[in-house]
Design a protein around this ligand. Structure first.
Ligand SMILES: [Zn+2]
Length: 572
């Protein structure tokens, strides 16, 4: 998911000024406000939320749910936009993995009324209360079960959107945004991100509507003025990535031709008719983006199906529903303003979707990665200066909260931007080629599955051959601080045309005792001659001598901005 924040754009000329002075100005390039482009579209139903707060009910997932593995969801939805009514028929096929499971528990909001429920073909009593649907279960462990549920009602508006019957310019739009735990507002499910399943989605609406979902379109049938679209995915899908869009869309198709698979991938766009021209301009770069990420991480993971983009009414950003990203209607401008959003959602198809999070504690593996992918794409387009300015645009002097297990604060700027900074610093710590090998290996090992932060750390250590315990502790698990350091230097001695410089580093940050990191120092003389050296800072106070064959006039620390650091350099 991408929440659009206001970012400053640095010209490379301005950037050059920061070349020497590093972070000493202590500026903060991001303002904490949303950049909403309002095209005077009449959008009904979508409220502009403040900073999103996601509260998942306590005990949302029961012990029984961890012992259940859903294999397949067959979801049928009949939509009535006028009455805002959803009629659902869901067939869930799964298997019980653990012993002592006396109930099959599913997540399902009880404002939706169940008309029929059967287990393995037999209608049975059940308990439906709050967010939980419990079905008594007496079968043996490892047996496959099938639950069929027929229900109806108007889904609750929750979280960032959940399930919406909306309207734009007097045209009805039905869509969802379930992340993280709101799929259960519109269908019963085992709403744990790692419990991925195959999915069939049948959407019935007025025959004027085009209905879109995950995977490929199997059929479209019209009966009595109603059209049913059947979508199917054979790739494992997390419940929060299951999607539905239905509106009077116009659609068009582009292609990504893969050298890797010798295959072509349709890129399908579903847009509001008044946005068609703008969409064609804005979305034109998608084949290049897919090719770029396929080259650096490995083939687009849903190559046998599609990549798709559908407009929806969430006015704060976009959502990476698997193979069918939702883009807020206000982020289609015709001026290519929002490439970073499109890149972000596409990149989630590698990190977030194919490699899913094992739990919501690992959300930075989704958002930090997709945010760093924006930076990588910018580097691809604009080179090393592009990389630097893009990282600067994601810099904050103080990121609050830690990355791992952020509680309900899943979508804070810390998760996105500090997450990207951690990957940037990991790249600096292990070197470029190792870093990209790590990402390729991590993707390859965990695609179509789920990974925890510990799984990622293991891949990093295996590929780099380094013990990265300190790195991940200080940036991900423990620290909510960042480097604040005073670097003082003086010429210690001059002998035989050699100059020895004494450098004293003092870390000043208050809550985190000691960061360890490689620090790049540039020594520059009066004529502009320079030398660059890398030193490892491994204590709060560190003093060392360094011999040069010229007399430095200026010393710059971390002038390439590899570190989440505020370093003040002074000559003593
Ligand atoms: Zn995202």
């Amino acid at each position: 998911m991408k929440l659009k924040t206001k970012t400053n754009v640095f010209s490379f000329g301005v950037f050059a000024l920061f070349f020497i002075v590093g972070w000493e100005f202590g500026f903060s390039p991001i303002k904490n406000s949303f950049d909403i482009i309002n095209e005077n579209a009449k959008v009904v139903e979508e409220k502009l939320f403040g900073l999103p707060q996601i509260f998942t009910p306590t005990n949302y997932i029961s012990d029984n749910q961890y012992k259940t593995d859903i294999l397949h969801y067959d979801l049928s939805f009949d939509l009535n936009s006028e009455k805002k009514l959803l009629k659902g028929k869901v067939v869930i096929t799964g298997v019980v993995l653990g012993a002592n499971v006396s109930n099959l528990d599913l997540n399902f909001y009880d404002n939706l009324k169940i008309n029929f429920l059967s287990l393995n073909g037999k209608e049975i009593p059940y308990i439906h209360k709050g967010t939980k649907l419990s079905v008594p279960y007496n079968e043996e462990k490892s047996d496959t079960f099938q639950v069929e549920i027929i229900y109806e009602g108007t889904p609750k508006r929750m979280g960032l959107s959940a399930f919406v019957f909306g309207e734009i310019n007097n045209r009805k739009v039905v869509y969802n945004l379930s992340e993280p735990t709101f799929a259960s507002t519109w269908f019963p499910c085992n709403d744990i991100p790692y419990d991925k399943a195959l999915v069939d989605v049948h959407i019935t609406n007025d025959s004027l509507f085009t209905s879109v979902s995950n995977g490929i379109l199997v059929s479209e049938k019209i009966m009595n003025g109603r059209k049913t679209a059947h979508w199917k995915t054979l790739y494992p899908t997390s419940t929060y990535l299951i999607s539905l869009y239905s509106s009077e869309y116009v659609n068009y198709t582009d292609y990504y031709y893969s050298d890797i698979s010798d295959d072509s991938l349709p890129i399908e766009y579903y847009v509001f008719p008044e946005h068609l021209d703008n969409a064609k301009k804005d979305f034109a770069e998608h084949p290049e983006m897919i090719e770029f990420f396929a080259d650096i991480f490995g083939e687009y993971p849903f190559i046998k199906e599609k990549y798709g983009v559908a407009e929806f009414l969430w006015q704060l950003g976009a959502m990476e529903h698997q193979t069918i990203t939702g883009i807020g209607s206000n982020f289609v401008s015709g001026r290519k303003y929002f490439n970073d959003i499109y890149v972000h959602e596409l990149a989630h198809h590698w990190f977030g979707n194919a490699v899913g999070p094992k739990s919501w504690k690992d959300i930075w593996l989704n958002e930090g990665f997709a945010t760093y992918c924006e930076v990588l794409y910018y580097e691809h387009k604009a080179g090393f200066d592009g990389l630097k300015s893009s990282m600067l645009s994601k810099y904050y002097t103080n990121f609050s909260g830690r990355l791992y297990d952020p509680g309900d604060d899943l979508f804070s700027i810390t998760i996105y931007n500090k997450g990207a900074w951690v990957l940037h610093m990991l790249r600096w710590e292990v070197g470029d080629s190792t870093f990209f090998n790590i990402l390729r290996q991590y993707f390859d090992e965990y695609k179509y599955k789920s990974a925890s932060t510990g799984d990622f750390v293991s891949v990093c250590e295996k590929i780099s051959g380094k013990d990265l315990t300190k790195f991940f502790n200080q940036w991900v698990y423990e620290g909510d601080d960042q480097i604040k350091m005073k670097l003082e230097w003086t010429v210690d001695s001059r002998k035989n045309n050699k100059v020895t410089v004494k450098i004293e580093c003092n870390q000043l940050q208050e809550s985190y005792k000691e960061f360890n990191f490689p620090l790049e120092i540039q020594f520059v003389d009066k004529k502009g001659k320079y030398q660059v050296e890398k030193f490892y800072i491994d204590s709060r106070q560190k003093t060392f001598l360094y011999e040069l064959d010229f007399e430095p006039f200026i010393i710059a620390a971390d002038y390439n901005n590899w570190l989440l650091a505020d370093i003040n350099v002074n000559r003593k």
